[in-house]
Ligand binder design. Structure first.
Ligand code: SF4
Ligand code: SF4
Length: 471
């Protein structure tokens, strides 16, 4: 080995540094302001919905329940069956187009205000600040030797994080298992193995992602961060540093005239970097790690206020607006561009299909299957009989009495016709025999229609085409 070459362990560590950026823990500073208020509002709103919804009752049952065991999804007064999976697909497409639209208009708004990763990180950081203090206190605490005080503070923080994580895991499972009985099982320590697994798994994921991974998820794991660049353009509103106004940056006394000193408005205080939850410097330009949270906008506005400079050195603006010195009116005028109109049009069509489809969804469904054992036979009374199995599905939450009718041949009738009762949100198998006088038909296969008509209540019916065989 060459005397100058590094030792193997040095090589390994150099390769490691080259392959993986060494993570520096981010101690983000708390911030107040307009965007922070919005973020707090969104955290509260999304979490009230998430934690509260499974406890909401509707018609005597859980209002929102994705009951995988019975393969029924309850959404308030609506029950979706596996056959309605098209609505789930439409909902996903609508969400995707919604995301495209909002990203094209205003960048990563979703990431900054509504993404679960951001929301839980905010909550976990809020707990951290309450227990350990703000940025400098946390840096000092982490740098100090372990002692009783540090152990007590860290234990308290992790205990609160774990409690919140487990509650989050429990709530998540409560969307798939009736939450009231789930709570009973937790309290009586009789929780099943699968529920236990998912509560712990989701809880662990929350604890790990919001407590430790934090900005690493946004930087390295989230695919949205990678493909957002194809959804934005030079007219998209993004958090932007106005370099023309801010540079050359530099420290100065409050009363100094920056122009006389040949400086821009940025006082190089680095507070915008200190408040950033992903630890980036927005002054370096647009970066895929920026989640558009606006914390740096609030922080910089406060600095501008202190310096008596106009606000907005960092602001929501577009690349074109900054370059061309556009005012608000010109910026708004560029919002409605072809890409936005296309997304908007597609979104309206999808929402229309979704709402229309749901409104016209059949509450009574029927499938007709021929009985393979008894295709056709002649029975006493000069009648030709064919046997069928009807699968009747009542998607409403009230029992329905259903009458079966058949048309398509002279004298075609349901033998021993009795109305059947289909219980609420259930499907049943009902055998029926159809008869036709032998004298009315010749040998052949005839197309007929079987109809199920619900008696009383809201008019409901379902029909299906099949064949009647005369051998
Ligand atoms: S907060 Fe504003 S003034 Fe301070 S460094 Fe950031 S951009 Fe410059
Ligand atoms: S650069 Fe500003 S907007 Fe982007 S993540 Fe950091 S603080 Fe939030």
């Amino acid at each position: 080995m060459n005397a100058q070459s590094p030792e193997p362990s040095e090589n390994a560590s150099a390769a490691e540094e080259w392959l993986y950026e060494v993570r520096r823990k981010i101690y983000s500073r708390s911030v107040t302001g307009w965007f922070n208020n919005w973020r707090v509002f969104m955290v509260l709103f999304t979490q009230v919905v998430f934690y509260g919804l499974p406890w909401l009752r509707w018609d005597g049952r859980q209002a929102v329940l994705l009951d995988l065991a019975t393969r029924k999804f309850y959404f308030f007064g609506m029950i979706l069956w596996p056959q309605d999976v098209i609505f789930l697909a439409l909902l996903l497409i609508i969400s995707a187009y919604g995301l495209f639209l909002f990203t094209a208009i205003a960048g990563r708004l979703f990431c900054g205000y509504a993404c679960p990763q951001t929301v839980y990180t905010e909550i976990f950081m809020w707990i951290e600040r309450r227990v350990e203090g703000d940025r400098l206190a946390r840096i000092r605490l982490d740098g100090s030797d372990w002692n009783a005080r540090k152990i007590a503070i860290k234990t308290t923080k992790h205990a609160l994080w774990i409690a919140l994580s487990l509650w989050t895991g429990f709530t998540f499972v409560g969307y798939f298992t009736p939450i009231v009985s789930l709570a009973g099982e937790v309290l009586s320590l009789t929780l099943g193995p699968w529920q236990t697994f998912w509560v712990l798994f989701y809880g662990f994921a929350t604890y790990g992602n919001a407590g430790f991974m934090r900005e690493q998820v946004c930087k390295y794991m989230c695919p949205y961060a990678r493909f957002q660049s194809v959804m934005i353009d030079k007219d998209t509103l993004i958090v932007t540093y106005d370099g023309q106004r801010g540079e050359p940056r530099g420290r100065r006394s409050k009363n100094a005239d920056p122009r006389a000193e040949g400086k821009g408005d940025c006082v190089d205080c680095s507070i915008c970097v200190q408040v950033c939850p992903t630890g980036i410097d927005i002054r370096d330009g647009l970066q895929y790690m920026c989640i558009g949270c606006g914390a740096c906008v609030d922080a910089c506005d406060q600095v501008m206020d202190k310096m008596s400079y106009p606000r907005g050195l960092i602001r929501y603006s577009s690349e074109n607006a900054i370059r061309n010195h556009w005012g608000k009116r010109e910026q708004w005028a560029h919002l409605l561009r072809p890409r936005i109109l296309i997304y908007l049009g597609l979104l309206v069509v999808m929402v229309g299909l979704f709402v229309g489809g749901l409104a016209m969804r059949d509450a009574l469904k029927m499938n007709v299957m021929r009985d393979r054992n008894v295709l056709s036979r002649e029975i006493p009374g000069g009648l030709m009989e064919n046997v069928y199995q009807l699968q009747l599905m009542n998607t409403t939450e009230a029992p329905r009495r259903v009458r079966i009718e058949a048309t398509g041949l002279p004298g075609l009738a349901v033998h021993d016709a009795q109305a059947v009762v289909v219980p609420p949100s259930t499907n049943i198998l009902q055998p029926i025999e159809l008869t036709v006088p032998v004298d009315n038909v010749r040998k052949g296969i005839y197309k007929i229609e079987i109809k199920a008509v619900a008696e009383g209540g809201r008019p409901l019916s379902a029909s299906s085409r099949t064949t009647f065989i005369v051998p």
